[in-house]
Write a protein that binds this ligand. Structure first.
Ligand code: NAP
Length: 480
């Protein structure tokens, strides 16, 4: 397994030889020591990106998109290897890791399709010839989180390369190996030296070096709202373009016209992916009062039957949380809710898994939750379902929108009239109606309010790496 950084087309260690360790979150077993690079290596990667920028920009789009489609094919062909890396460094169950590889791969053809469709646009103006062209924004950087170590990188790298922008990627410290493996495949697929670099190390040092580099034009970040704000401040001095995919606090609204079994199935599928450690997983369960008790009963039974264990073990539904801090946060959110009057219907404790460390919280259902509780305002990032009853649709929508976040919302209903009302009134960038997985590579993914700025996916993701340039010409070009 490759563990080095890819900088300026060369696989290398940190200049001073320093490293940091990557551990399996289920066992704390050491997986690898990866380079801990600093400003010098980041500058070298960005200098190399600038050196090859003009060549990559002028590479015809069909040549670039052929490489992207090859990367997708190679990622899919390497599913066993990549899924194993994801499971080891992130902990998620193998079937979710395999699904992540497929999801990651799908961003490459989606970006390639969008680039292939790119055309100059003519705008009719009397007496002038006006066209809008799309120019690559230039050298880009990406900073990604640990919860989807391969897919978050693919979401950024695929449109960057399709648009003609070289990119330097910094993956999360806890999960750098998936990104390194992806870079190796990109090189094998024909991405030229310097066009894609991967650097691992101290986050503030790398982030600062990126934002200070005179040739960096664009930074795409996925992670917490707190770090997103910090990077936005850092980007202000040089007006670096930003895409920010930040935190979420998704509501899921369960209406009394829903089929209860289907409702529980959809809610559990949306909530428990990656053990509840996703930015789009429901954090607030709003349930029509008439079906509240029946829904909670079935939800509690279903979640208590979810099996915890190491991601590579067969039939596991829930892997470990990523680290001890994540465990503490889950426990604190449960304690806080209970201290404010919530009741634990199931869970609330920890599961002991043979041969593993203590990072397996019980799937938990809490009732009587609401505003003022931490679980109702902050991302828990764990397998906790806080439930509250509502009386009518207007109250449900008001409660759903009562958050500073606006990434995803879900609703379970069979009333077609309600589909339309929810689609226009829920304040979030992604709305899943009877759909636990509304995010696919061809459509925009991103948030309103404090959940971020910009979109990834499809042509919207590509446009994030393009600058529209207006060319307005008067006269025939023959001196008139
Ligand atoms: P995080 O702490 O913000 O870290 C995200 C990335 O930023 C990591 O690579 C991290 O590096 C790096 N980083 C941290 N501090 C930095 C700094 N001062 N300068 C530059 N980079 C810095 O978030 P996380 O805990 O990894 O991920 C969970 C969060 O991501 C949640 O809030 C979740 O909702 C959000 N998320 C959002 C989306 C979306 O599409 N909207 C998708 C997935 C996750 P290290 O890991 O090396 O510390």
């Amino acid at each position: 397994m490759e563990t080095r950084n890819l900088i300026a087309g060369v696989w290398c260690e940190a200049d001073d030889g320093s490293t940091f360790d990557v551990h399996d979150p289920a066992t704390d077993d050491l997986l690898a020591a990866v380079p801990k690079v600093g400003e010098t290596e980041v500058v070298r990667a960005l200098d190399a990106a600038e050196a090859v920028r003009a060549d990559w920009e002028s590479t015809p789009i069909p040549e670039r998109t052929t490489i992207l489609r090859r990367i997708a094919d190679m990622l899919v062909a390497a599913t066993d290897e990549l899924a194993t890396i994801i499971v080891r460094e992130n902990g998620k169950p193998m079937r979710e890791a395999r699904a992540e590889v497929a999801y990651a791969a799908s961003f490459f053809p989606a970006a390639a399709d969008a680039a292939d469709r790119l055309r100059d646009e003519a705008v009719e103006v009397l007496g002038k010839c006006v066209t809008v062209r799309h120019r690559p924004v230039g050298v880009s950087a990406a900073i990604t989180p640990w919860n989807f170590p391969l897919a978050m990188l693919a979401k950024k790298t695929a449109p960057a390369l399709a648009a003609g922008c070289p990119q330097v990627v910094k993956p999360a410290e806890q999960t750098p190996l998936s990104a390194i493996a992806c870079a190796r495949i990109a090189v094998e697929a024909g991405v030229p030296a310097g066009v894609l670099s991967v650097v691992t190390g101290d986050p503030p040092a790398i982030g600062d070096a990126m934002l200070r580099h005179p040739r960096l034009r664009k930074l795409s970040f996925t992670g917490s709202t707190e770090v997103g704000r910090l990077l936005m401040r850092g980007a202000a001095d040089r007006l670096v373009r930003l895409s920010l995919e930040l935190g979420g606090h998704a509501p899921i609204l369960v209406f009394d016209d829903a089929d209860l079994d289907a409702a529980v199935r959809i809610a559990v599928a949306a909530k428990f992916r990656n053990g509840g450690q996703t930015c789009v997983c429901p954090n607030r369960f709003l349930v029509a009062r008439g079906i509240h008790d029946a829904f909670v009963d079935r939800l509690a039974t279903t979640v208590s039957e979810l099996r915890s264990g190491r991601g590579q073990d067969p039939d596991v539904d829930l892997g470990p949380l990523i680290d001890d801090q994540a465990m503490r946060k889950v426990a604190e959110h449960i304690d806080d809710a209970v201290s404010m009057g919530a009741s634990i219907v199931t869970g609330g404790g920890r599961r002991r898994i043979a041969g593993c460390v203590d990072r397996f919280p019980e799937p938990t259902v809490l009732t009587g939750c609401g505003p003022g509780m931490r679980c109702w305002t902050e991302e828990t990032f764990g397998p906790v379902c806080p439930v509250r009853a509502f009386d009518d649709e207007a109250e449900a929508i008001a409660l759903a929108n009562d958050t500073e976040y606006g990434l995803a919302s879900y609703a379970i209903t069979n009333d077609p009239g309600r589909f339309e009302r929810l689609a226009s009134r829920l304040d979030s960038g992604i709305i899943g109606i009877n759909d636990p997985v509304p995010a696919i590579a061809a459509v925009p993914f991103g948030g309103l309010k404090q959940s971020g700025i910009g979109r990834e996916g499809g042509r919207w993701g590509l446009e994030a790496y393009l600058e529209p340039v207006t060319v307005s010409r008067v006269g025939s070009g023959r001196g008139g």
